[in-house]
Design a protein around this ligand. Structure first.
Ligand code: GPW
Length: 839
């Protein structure tokens, strides 16, 4: 009996149909079964979470059939597989997305409603797995969605942090961090696979010895060992049967380890070891675009990389493939340098554990890895003090020294008599305290190196990785980021999805370039009106959310001007604030001034140790308190800080935005991806020529994009010629007034000390050129206000923005990676001719 095909009439009436069938009545029955048998509840006692769980398990059953078929077919075919190594996967809630990708959202919504429940409320119950900080982790999640949708055999490998990114509370205007307990009520989407646990060594020293065959060998004698347990989550593609795997590792104490301490009566010592081991996967480091250099962080990185590579070797061996074919079976993508230790670890596994020669191991290693760089910020480039590194990974340090010797010989041959180049390129920074440079390790150990937007890749080649570009020009490629339209349009903006589909059919969902067909409707009055009505309704929904959570009433007819991303000085939330204070000052000077009403909405978390970022959050809330209450403003300006910006909240925000703030200092934001999500939902962008903004503007047309500010080149020139922010302060009356207001204590109950660090940093350093860009930004915002007054023109621009987002689908990005880096082909998963049988 083939039990896996729900369409097979032979399955009718079998229990399995209840777990795979997709008809509304079967789904309903499955839901009630789970409420009864899994949650152990009936209606009178069931909580909303019980209902969510019952539905989640019903949907998981539908995924499992596809998941098992996918695994069976990949195994039978020995398919070439992408392994995406990332310290972060910011997945967002699974249930809604799985309903979309299974294409049963509407059926389920209806069935749930027939039982007197509301699907939206059940979806709200899901605690999102916040296993990432921001753009980098969310990109990994979008890429998994596209890999599955494009039917590419792939695995995501990472860490199952017990505590993901903290929950943000606001108290007295300040950010307060609350631990995220996402696993509190259990996680219906994962399956533990303890049978595939692996051991990871840490610390100790190395032994050099001669083996029985007289061969010189090296043995790592660790002083600690931990066990990695994999937890698997199915990643379903959109309208395919492909369900790939996200495999996240949890650290546990090995059962046998420290048995001696236990036997000798040192019970507490033995338990302590266990706690230390479990700490490894305990918590996500909450820093975005900066590196802390903490030993636990390096341990996390090594832990998941070692687990993953050992797992891949197990898979290879299980398919009876020789280790020499590792790079043919797997293409490994390093998501920034966080997993770059993989270069040394694969070398160690091949040489020490599997007795391969150095040269063979190195050839396999280089052909396996490719490296994506996500930042130009110097503080984000990872380097580890050599001593710290050697105390945790003594064998890897030896391997890196050996790699470095060989690599520097190569450099010497290509660039003779150039000692400064050797020290610039060395894997070890020896300019002061010695450091291991992880980006250099990643560059040397990979066959491809890519940036995440055209400008970013150019700047990598000209600046941060200039020497490596000269050494290996052929390794460098650009792969502009993309976002999944399934989560960030179909799921989050159902009304717009329906309107678009009613005009151009629904194939755009998997082929976003087709949105271009909307251009034909851009000036159609009826279509324009429908487009506007949907935006208006989305704004009303966000307004209700704001009223509920912030107690602020906002006007849905005002411009929803939104800046939502992590807080960082280079992202320049503070510049947005200077615009707000400027408008406010104008109103105070002339209460009858004509101003296009605006609602300024901010969202985002600051790293807990980032003082300036936290102070900017406090300033936003302080300015909000004054402006929202000042009767002179007459409601024309409102300022809202939405707490705890995460994937769930982002899904509410993008559909309601009129204006997307993408205002980083040119040359600092590698790509940005929020910029794409806003535009896809019909927001217009005000932005600098930074990251992917450049390409977004190219696609939507300069006339549909609000550009301001210095170019990256101009920023460099200004810095080189000695930038003096005080000149701008002295010569610009409005700017001076805005800064003076903040400094004077006007927004801080007379306290002139509170915001002094912010004002002083602008006047005396202004590392990110806010003052240089201030006037250009203010002028550009003036144009925004005028454009909004002409609603037909604005709607026309809004439609064209969405219509021209085709390039920014993560499907396009992934297709480019597949063709140009991974050399991997789709594998179609059928449910009919499955390998999985019950007989
Ligand atoms: F520093 N990004 C991020 F490069 O979100 F590693 N966290 C990070 O730690 C780093 C980069 C890192 C972001 C970039 O800031 C953003 O511009 C880019 O769009 C995103 O990664 C995805 O590529």
């Amino acid at each position: 009996l083939q039990y896996n095909s729900f369409e097979d009439p032979r399955c009718e009436g079998y229990l399995e149909d209840g777990r795979t069938g997709m008809s509304p009545s079967t789904l309903k029955r499955a839901f009630l079964n789970n409420l009864f048998y899994v949650q152990g509840k009936f209606k009178a006692l069931a909580t909303p979470n019980d209902y969510y769980m019952a539905l989640a398990y019903a949907i998981r059953d539908r995924l499992l059939q596809r998941w098992i078929n996918t695994a069976a077919i990949y195994t039978a075919q020995g398919s070439r597989t992408v392994a995406y190594f990332s310290a972060e996967f910011l997945m967002g809630p699974h249930l809604g997305n799985n309903l979309i990708n299974l294409d049963i959202y509407k059926d389920v919504e209806k069935g749930i409603a027939e039982m007197g429940l509301n699907l939206g409320e059940l979806l709200e119950q899901e605690e999102e797995p916040g296993l990432g900080n921001g753009g980098l982790g969310r990109l990994a999640a979008c890429y998994l969605d596209s890999l599955a949708t494009l039917e590419i055999p792939s695995l995501g490998y990472g860490i199952r942090y017990e505590f993901g990114i903290f929950d943000q509370e606001i108290e007295d205007g300040w950010q307060v961090e609350i631990t995220d307990k996402w696993l509190r009520f259990g996680n219906p989407w994962e399956i533990a696979r303890p049978e595939w646990a692996v051991e990871v060594k840490l610390g100790g020293h190395t032994d050099h010895y001669v083996d029985d065959h007289g061969r010189y060998r090296i043995r790592w004698v660790p002083d600690q060992q931990v066990t990695g347990i994999p937890y698997d989550t199915p990643i379903l593609g959109c309208q395919t049967n492909t369900a790939n795997t996200l495999r996240l590792w949890t650290a546990e104490a090995p059962e046998s380890f420290n048995f001696n301490a236990f036997n000798s009566g040192d019970y507490l010592g033995a338990v302590y070891e266990k706690v230390v081991s479990e700490n490894i996967s305990k918590v996500l480091y909450p820093n975005d675009d900066s590196s802390q250099g903490k030993k636990l962080r390096l341990t996390q990185q090594y832990f998941f990389v070692s687990c993953s590579l050992q797992d891949m070797i197990r898979i290879l061996v299980g398919q009876e493939l020789p280790l020499e074919k590792f790079h043919e079976k797997f293409a490994v993508q390093l998501n920034d340098t966080h997993p770059a230790i993989a270069v040394a670890e694969l070398m160690r596994l091949l040489i020490d554990m599997h007795h391969m020669s150095w040269d063979s191991a190195w050839s396999i290693t280089q052909r396996t890895f490719a490296y994506t760089n996500h930042t130009l910020l110097p503080e984000a480039l990872e380097r580890w003090p050599v001593e710290l590194f050697g105390s945790l990974l003594p064998r890897h340090l030896e391997i890196i020294y050996e790699l470095n010797d060989r690599f520097l010989d190569e450099v010497r041959i290509k660039f003779p008599e150039d000692d400064s180049r050797l020290s610039r390129m060395s894997l070890i920074d020896e300019s002061g305290e010695r450091y291991v440079r992880m980006a250099h390790l990643a560059c040397v150990g990979s066959h491809a190196i890519n940036g995440v937007a055209a400008l970013h890749t150019e700047l990598l080649k000209q600046d941060v990785l200039y020497d490596f570009y000269q050494m290996y020009p052929g390794k460098f490629q650009n792969k502009t980021n993309g976002v999944t339209p399934r989560r960030f349009m179909v799921l989050s903006n159902p009304a717009l999805t329906e309107l678009v589909t009613s005009k151009i059919g629904d194939t755009w969902i998997k082929n976003l370039g087709e949105l271009q067909k909307l251009e034909a409707w851009a000036d159609n009055p009826e279509f324009q009106q429908q487009w506007r009505q949907i935006k208006q309704a989305n704004k009303q929904e966000l307004a209700a959310y704001i009223q509920k959570h912030n107690g602020i009433i906002v006007d849905p007819n005002s411009i929803f001007d939104i800046l939502a991303k992590r807080f960082h000085e280079y992202k320049r939330q503070y510049l947005d604030l200077l615009h707000i204070v400027t408008l406010y000052n104008r109103i105070k000077a002339n209460p009858d001034i004509e101003i296009t009403p605006r609602t300024f909405i901010f969202g985002g978390k600051a790293a807990p140790g980032y003082f300036m970022a936290k102070l900017i959050i406090k300033l936003i809330n302080s300015v909000a308190d004054v402006i929202n209450r000042d009767p002179d403003v007459r409601g024309r300006l409102k300022v809202v800080f939405l707490k705890n910006y995460n994937v769930k909240l982002a899904q509410r925000i993008y559909p309601a935005a009129d204006l997307s703030e993408q205002i980083s200092t040119a040359g600092k934001e590698a790509s940005g991806t929020g910029n794409m999500k806003f535009a896809l939902n019909g927001a217009l962008t005000i932005g600098t020529l930074d990251g992917a903004n450049v390409e977004i503007r190219e696609e939507v047309g300069a006339e549909n994009f609000f550009l301001f500010g210095l170019t990256a080149e101009q920023v460099y020139a200004k810095r080189a010629s000695g930038y003096n922010p005080m000149e701008y302060y002295n010569s610009n009356a409005e700017l001076r007034l805005a800064l003076d207001r903040i400094a004077s204590g006007f927004f801080s109950h007379g306290d002139t000390e509170l915001f002094k660090p912010l004002v002083d940093s602008l006047l005396h350093h202004d590392q990110y050129f806010l003052l240089a860009d201030y006037q250009s930004y203010i002028d550009c915002q003036e144009q925004v206000g005028l454009a909004y007054r002409d609603q037909d023109r604005w709607t026309h621009m809004s439609i064209l923005n969405a219509a021209r987002m085709g390039k920014f689908s993560s499907d396009r990005s992934i297709q480019d990676y597949c063709r140009e880096i991974w050399k991997v082909e789709p594998v179609t998963i059928t449910l009919e001719n499955s390998e999985v049988t019950d007989s």
